[in-house]
Design a binder for this molecule. Sequence first.
Ligand SMILES: C[S@@+](CC[C@H](N)C(=O)[O-])C[C@H]1O[C@@H](n2cnc3c(N)ncnc32)[C@H](O)[C@@H]1O
Length: 294
Amino acid sequence: MEEGVRTGTKELEIVRRAYAKQVMAAADIDDPRVEAAFAAVRREDFLGPGPWPILRWRGYAPSPSDDPVYLYTDEVIGILPKRHLNNGQPSLHAILLAGTAPQPGEHVVHVGAGVGYYTAILAELVGPSGAVTAIEFDQGLAARAATNFLMFTNVRVVHGDGAATQFDPADVVYINAGATHPAASWLDGLKEGGRLILPLTTNEGFGQPVSSRNIQRHGAVYLIQRRGSEFLARRISAVAIFPCEGARDAESERALAAAFEKGGGERVTRLYRRDDLPEEQCWLRAPGWCLAYC
Ligand SMILES: C[S@@+](CC[C@H](N)C(=O)[O-])C[C@H]1O[C@@H](n2cnc3c(N)ncnc32)[C@H](O)[C@@H]1O
């Protein structure tokens, strides 16, 4: 391991500001609030002591030392590498955060919080007058997250299944694990104008080296917005992500795999909570729901 002096606190602040700019550039977005939140939150406070396993094309490689400077790149860091359970890529989250635009005072529900790095960024965006409910399925990670947020007044960590846990009405529901369908509580729990980040993934590809081509065929993130009784839907990214417990079923997975095979998911404009729309109107149709072109 590399020996030497660790980067000092003041230098890390500068490094974080540069990192935040690089993340915005990689995400191809211009969002000063999201950039400022990335610059403010210390990734090392959530991931625990280094060296950290960094995901590269050939697999995980340890950071050269425990200097937190190595956390300020646009890379995926292993949390539980044996399970391929990772702290997600900053530029992907920049896209999801800009898409949902959490505002000061709002309530965000974060499903799949892990150890809380992106929960902390959400907490920064909603500010002290807002609230984040962070739900994590894995007991050990939920305990680590709870410890990480002991000093926060606007974050509550819940250990449980985020597809089944009831929560107070939310402005943003931010799902960080791959579902095959939207859980009823995620849609029911959205306030008028509320935004849902919905990563949809098939059973293929997860945990294997993925080229950008097969990511496109196996996972996509949809931004869902509640407008009265309607749910507007827009594809905002490809994704490869850890599966969501409690939000996967075989029929929706088959429909999803067929939809990716067919292509055209970028033309989706609506999510419906029914499955009786004409076939030609649907990109994906599964029992009880569909993603449609109009
Ligand atoms: C890809 S990891 C992301 C962790 C975190 N968002 C990050 O980027 O550091 C997905 C997380 O979702 C959790 N998870 C899976 N299904 C869940 C569920 N039904 N409810 C809550 N958490 C869930 C996993 O245990 C895991 O920690």
